[in-house]
Design a protein around this ligand. Structure first.
Ligand code: SAM
Ligand code: SF4
Length: 474
């Protein structure tokens, strides 16, 4: 079809996770302060780290070096990305599943789970509820089932984009679903998606085999590992990696994630747009094996090390975590969070605050409203953003540009964050959040250089306040 890139000839799928090498790195000699400082300097000089350098950060567990790694991650986040945090919400579309992942309540053997797939009308109702809260960015979540084929996913994406309520609209739809074949990705690409996320769950082969039965589609480690490579080959260039922390040694998993990011960068010249690092949560019908659960202090190390290792990749911290943990860990390099999230099917209109475990994939740690989260972020000096401008202007690889193009944040990210925040304050904020937000907008404007560009931004903000315009971006 006109304008569609031809599907590239698939690169041979091969297993690039060299388990012996990664494990060997982790049993190596602890690096000294000089080595760690050199690695940190490389990262602060805007260079991605190798797997070997990342391993050095992982095994450096001397308290003073861990503190230096935290300080560097904070510095990188502040200096390079500034104080913006992008907000989104998950929308669960269907929880039928042919797989039997030991940790997930949607697994087919969990007979006590309430199974449901939203109709397109129900999708519209959920989207209206989300828009009425102020959301502009969603991630649609699917189990793996023949019902959720690429056509169904693409139709659902179109339904979401077509649903409007007042000033509300969804401007970016990301996907978290099973890995597809090339034709499947091409079909979904046409519906205009943002990021396609596939979490490998664990990069450790024996663990992967133990928790994903071999007679299920997800039991095929290599097919999943190569899932995002096929996405690139089919013309999608925006993908998200992830590990479910708590299944195996977190130190190994961090090296797996970095190996995967470097593999994509090497073969497709684009790294992952985002990395997610969910921690295992209690779930209906699931017995959690506590051997590898990650505590809060190691979790903080994971985020800081990832920030330094893949400086051009967005980091997503989800509402699986409780508000206190989210508040503290945000500073170490997180760029996106979900807020006001409900993961029960139909949960944005049908359920109250109580979490009914037979209806949820797992138990959420943070069920505060979007407004409450916005208020806290701004109190803490963050600039919440609903910006979707790069994606809609065809500027893909936005984190890479933020990171590598001088002035990019000043020219695009901060102004667009301010415009989308102003829309939120006018259309959806509570009086208290609006008060905090108005003060923040003034403060942010005060940091901009005087001149024509600042005047243009002020004029656009005034247009939004006077209801003359919506959805304007640079
Ligand atoms: N079914 C698709 C798949 O497995 O790739 C996509 C959606 S699945 C609903 C989304 C993610 O939820 C999984 O990739 C897994 O990492 C995470 N997950 C599953 N069970 C979990 C649990 N008990 N606690 C936290 N996250 C969990
Ligand atoms: Fe199904 Fe995904 Fe849950 Fe596995 S993690 S049981 S594939 S929904």
């Amino acid at each position: 079809m006109c304008g569609m890139p031809a599907i590239q000839i698939p690169a041979k799928a091969y297993d690039f996770i060299d388990e012996a090498h990664l494990s060997g790195l982790l049993s190596g000699k602890r690096p000294d302060a000089g080595q760690i400082r050199e690695i940190i300097a490389k990262s602060l000089a805007k260079e991605a780290l190798s797997v070997e350098e990342t391993a050095a950060l992982v095994i450096a567990d001397q308290p003073e070096l861990v503190e230096e790694i935290f300080a560097a991650a904070r510095q990188l986040k502040q200096q390079v990305y500034g104080n913006r945090i992008v907000l989104f919400a998950p929308l669960y579309i269907g929880n039928n599943c042919v797989n039997d992942c030991s940790y997930c309540s949607f697994k087919r053997s969990n007979k006590g789970m309430v199974r449901r797939t939203l109709s397109q009308q129900e999708v519209r109702e959920q989207v209206v509820a989300l828009e009425d809260k102020g959301h502009k960015r969603l991630i649609l979540v699917f189990g793996e089932h023949r019902q959720y084929d690429p056509r169904f996913i693409a139709d659902t994406v179109r339904t979401v984009y077509a649903t409007r309520s007042g000033h509300g609209e969804i401007r970016r739809v990301n996907i978290n679903a099973a890995p597809l074949d090339h034709e499947g990705y091409a079909a979904i690409r046409e519906a205009g998606i943002g990021t396609y996320q596939i979490f490998q769950e664990t990069y450790h082969h024996p663990t992967y085999a133990r928790i994903h039965p071999g007679n299920t589609p997800k039991g095929d480690y290599l097919y999943r590992l190569h899932g995002l490579s096929r996405a690139f080959e089919a013309g999608l260039d925006d993908v998200g990696l992830g590990v479910l922390f708590g299944l195996y040694d977190w130190r190994f998993e961090v090296l797996g994630l970095v190996s995967h990011a470097l593999h994509l960068q090497h073969h497709y010249q684009v790294g992952p747009h985002t990395i997610s690092f969910p921690r295992l949560r209690p779930a209906h019908g699931v017995e959690v094996d506590s051997r590898y659960l990650v505590d809060d202090s190691d979790f903080k190390r994971i985020i800081a090390i990832l920030r330094l290792a893949v400086p051009y990749t967005g980091l997503i911290l989800t509402a699986r975590e409780n508000p206190e943990v989210r508040r503290e860990l945000m500073a170490f390099g997180v760029s996106q969070i979900d807020a006001g999230s409900r993961i029960e099917l139909g949960g944005y209109t049908e359920a109250g605050d109580a979490q009914v475990m037979e209806r949820e994939q797992f138990c959420l740690g943070d069920i505060r409203s979007l407004d409450e989260v916005m208020g806290e972020l701004m109190e803490d000096g963050y600039l919440p953003s609903f910006c979707t401008s790069c994606y809609r202007s065809g500027r893909t690889g936005e984190h890479f540009m933020e990171f590598s193009i001088p002035g990019f944040i000043k020219e695009f990210c901060t102004p667009n964050a301010l415009l989308t925040l102003q829309e939120y304050l006018e259309d959806y904020a509570s009086p208290e959040t609006r008060r905090v937000g108005e003060a923040l907008v003034v403060e942010e404007l005060g940091r901009l250089e005087d001149g024509d560009f600042k005047e243009t931004i002020c004029a656009r903000l005034a247009d939004i306040r006077e209801m003359k315009s919506r959805d304007c971006y640079f």
